[in-house]
Design a protein around this ligand. Structure first.
Ligand code: SF4
Length: 156
C-alpha cells in the first residue's frame, strides 16, 4: 500500500539508507543485494512502532529481524553488521554491555572512530565512560543460549 505510516512513525528513519516503507517495497521488488547491504536493517531499534501502526498488517519490525541473520549468512560485512557482532560478543561474554569494551573493540575495526576520540575523552573525564567491565555473576545460562544459537547456525 506504501502509505508511509511506518516511515513516519520510525524514530530512526533519518539515519537509514532506506525508510521502512522503501525497504518493504524493495523486498517486494526482489532487490536482495540492496536490501541486505542497507544500513536500515541494522539501524532499526525494534521499537515496533511501524508494526503496531501498519493499517495493512505488514510487520516491518519482524522483517528487519528476519533480514539481519540472512545478511550475516550471506556474508554481508558492513560497519553495522560488525557493530552487531561485537555487541553480541561483549554481551555473550559478560552478560552486560560495556560501553568501554564496545567502543574500544569497534574502534579497532572501524578506524574512522578516531574522530570520536575527543568526545570519548570528554565522557571519560566526566565519569560517563567507566573502564571497569560490569559482569553478571553467573553467565552459564546466557552462554548456553549463545551456544544454542551457534549450534542452530552450524546446522544450516
Ligand atoms: S521497529 Fe524499526 S523500522 Fe519500525 S519504527 Fe521502530 S526502529 Fe523504525
Amino acid at each position: 500500500m506504501q502509505c508511509g505510516i511506518c516511515a513516519g512513525s520510525c524514530p530512526v528513519s533519518h539515519e537509514m539508507d532506506y525508510t521502512p516503507r522503501q525497504l518493504v517495497r524493495m523486498v517486494q521488488l526482489g532487490l536482495k543485494k540492496e536490501v541486505l547491504n542497507s544500513n536500515t536493517i541494522w539501524i532499526c531499534t525494534t521499537c515496533f512502532s511501524c508494526s503496531v501502526r501498519c493499517p495493512r498488517g505488514i510487520r516491518p519490525t519482524e522483517l528487519m529481524e528476519t533480514l539481519r541473520p540472512i545478511a550475516i549468512a550471506e556474508g554481508v560485512k558492513n560497519k553495522n553488521a560488525r557493530f552487531d557482532e561485537i555487541f553480541s560478543g561483549v554481551v555473550g561474554k559478560n552478560g552486560r554491555a560495556s560501553e568501554f569494551l564496545l567502543i574500544s573493540k569497534y574502534s579497532l575495526k572501524e578506524p574512522e572512530m578516531i574522530k570520536q576520540l575527543p568526545f570519548g575523552f570528554g565522557l571519560f573525564k566526566k565519569g560517563k565512560l567507566p573502564l571497569s567491565v560490569d559482569k553478571m555473576e553467573d553467565t552459564s545460562e546466557l552462554k548456553a543460549i549463545f551456544k544454542l544459537e551457534e549450534n542452530k547456525e552450524a546446522e544450516k
